[in-house]
Write a protein that binds this ligand. Structure first.
Ligand code: NAD
Length: 476
């Protein structure tokens, strides 16, 4: 317990786990087996930079191996520590189980502020970190497969894949050692935006259930809903972009490291993103109200709050002041266990992290399968699908002409119908399907049991049940 009376991130995840497990009928001892983290490896290594040797500390934690490989991102941030990496690895276990991605849970981190280094320096550091993990099989297509997280992206993943290839020259499945690679380096289309896209699909699915929307005291659709998003990085940017451009939602607040922008008329997400890229922050963005104490903006009026930056931002200090009736946890662990209790009592509906940000690992799963099958999704079927559709269109047009009915297929319909699905469309379809069915499995528990009053507990129960079944099948 810290001085703020708040448990650590890992303890917070464990408390949420315990709450769900206590409502289940698990065999003695299995609960603990599932909860504990199997192993955490700490590595310290030196890299010669700017004329001196700098020592870095990194972690790779494996929470569960009921399925292998274990899966989970690598984070670059100055305050990465063992507790955080273990909490994130545990969340990966529950996340993968919930979206039925056949992986154990893992996570990695490096204590570094990537903004302090040049691109070529980051490459050197990433290569060395990857080397340390690869030589211990902590990066391996069959055992442990990283992905991007905070502070890392396609570039780092491509370097890791290349480092693995250098060290394992005859491994034909080597590309599957890491996901989130750029498409030209063995990645899959749609992975960069997958987590944000998943947040969008999660909200779309939530709004398909009027009963659930009403539980949050809201009504109608996503159209016109006022959203505040914290963190305009990979996840937050894509979620905000898709929700505003495609679903008619209004981004009325954007919170970044250096403050927050607020505009009841809605912010231009793209323009704010470009401003951050140019200046490093949101300050001086022309137009909307700017407040220096960005965290305060979490307490502003809105319909949906999307914390998409880091953990612990909604805590015992501010939970009671949060006005949003619906929170979707795009980040991992943004709501502490104590805050969760306060919000639950207030009637705030929380779409929990283990579900809300699972879009990333879902598309990572597709990428891993693509790498192992050595073929792009849709490559075999696309033209065959198109020619079968062409047959139907030809037949309809022939019938129309022969019978003199004079039907005309609209050119727009024809174009859309005739086009066979490419990789991106298949990825989106698979992601949408996954987000819908995972939500339905959570809500079934939420609505069918009187003692389950929130989606988080329901989500944990689904996941724990699946992990338990898999351990039992192994004879544990
Ligand atoms: P990112 O590094 O791309 O973006 C993080 C953003 O948050 C940056 O814009 C940064 O400036 C901002 N930020 C940092 N500290 C902040 C603060 N104190 N207040 C406000 N803004 C702050 O990271 P990301 O990949 O978008 O990850 C964000 C969250 O989503 C993390 O919790 C991560 O674990 C989770 N997540 C990411 C993925 C993924 O695929 N990248 C998948 C699942 C979950």
């Amino acid at each position: 317990m810290s001085v703020t009376g708040e448990p650590s991130f890992r303890q917070s995840v464990d408390l949420m786990f315990n709450r769900a497990a206590s409502m289940m009928d698990l065999p003695p001892g299995l609960e603990e087996k599932i909860r504990v983290c199997n192993a955490t490896y700490t590595v310290r290594f030196g890299v010669r930079l700017r004329g001196e040797i700098r020592t870095f500390t990194g972690y790779r934690s494996v929470h569960s191996e009921h399925f292998e490989p274990a899966k989970g991102g690598i984070r670059y941030a100055p305050n990465v520590n063992q507790d955080e990496v273990e909490a994130l690895a545990a969340l990966m276990t529950y996340k993968c189980a919930l979206v039925e991605a056949p992986f154990g849970g893992s996570k990695g981190g490096l204590c570094i502020d990537p903004r302090q280094y040049e691109e070529h320096e980051l490459e050197q550091i990433t290569r060395r970190f990857a080397y340390e993990l690869i030589k211990r099989d902590m990066i391996n297509p069959a055992q442990n497969v990283p992905a991007p997280d905070m502070g890392t992206g396609e570039k780092e993943m491509a370097i890791i894949a290349d480092q693995y290839a250098r060290m394992n020259t005859t491994d034909i499945n080597g590309k599957a050692c890491v996901t989130g690679k750029p498409p030209h380096a063995g990645g899959i289309r749609g992975r960069v935006e997958a987590t944000g896209r998943g947040v969008q699909y999660a909200l779309q699915e939530f709004f398909r259930h009027p009963e659930d929307v009403a539980a949050a005291g809201l009504g109608g659709s996503l159209d016109g809903k006022r959203i505040i998003v914290q963190g305009l990085g990979n996840v937050g940017y894509h979620a905000a972009k898709f929700l505003s451009e495609e679903d008619g939602a209004k981004i009325v607040g954007i919170i970044e490291r250096d403050g927050a922008l607020l505009d009841p008329e809605g912010l231009d997400v793209e323009a704010v993103k470009n401003h951050i890229a140019r200046t490093g922050g949101v300050d001086m963005f022309p137009g909307p109200r700017y407040i220096k104490d960005g965290v305060k903006a979490l307490e502003e009026e809105c319909d949906i709050l999307i914390p998409a930056a880091l953990e612990g931002v909604i805590n015992l200090q501010n939970a009671a002041n949060i006005k949003a009736p619906l929170i979707i946890e795009a980040a991992n662990g943004p709501v502490t266990a104590g805050a969760d209790e306060i919000l639950r009592k207030k009637g705030t509906v929380i779409i929990p992290d283990l579900y809300a940000n699972a879009g990333g690992v879902t598309v990572s799963y597709f990428e891993w399968v693509k790498n192992l099958s050595h073929i792009r999704f849709g490559r075999m079927q696309r033209r065959q699908e198109e020619s079968r559709h062409q047959l139907i269109v030809n037949e309809l047009e022939r019938l129309s002409a022969d019978t003199g009915i004079g039907w005309q297929l609209t050119p727009n319909f024809k174009e859309k119908y005739l086009r066979g699905a490419d990789e991106l469309e298949l990825v989106r379809s698979g992601l949408d399907d996954t987000m819908r069915s995972a939500y339905q499995s959570m809500r079934e528990v939420w609505h069918s049991r009187n003692d389950v009053t929130d989606l988080r507990t329901a989500g944990f129960m689904v996941s724990i049940g699946r992990v338990a079944a898999s351990y039992r099948a192994k004879g544990l």
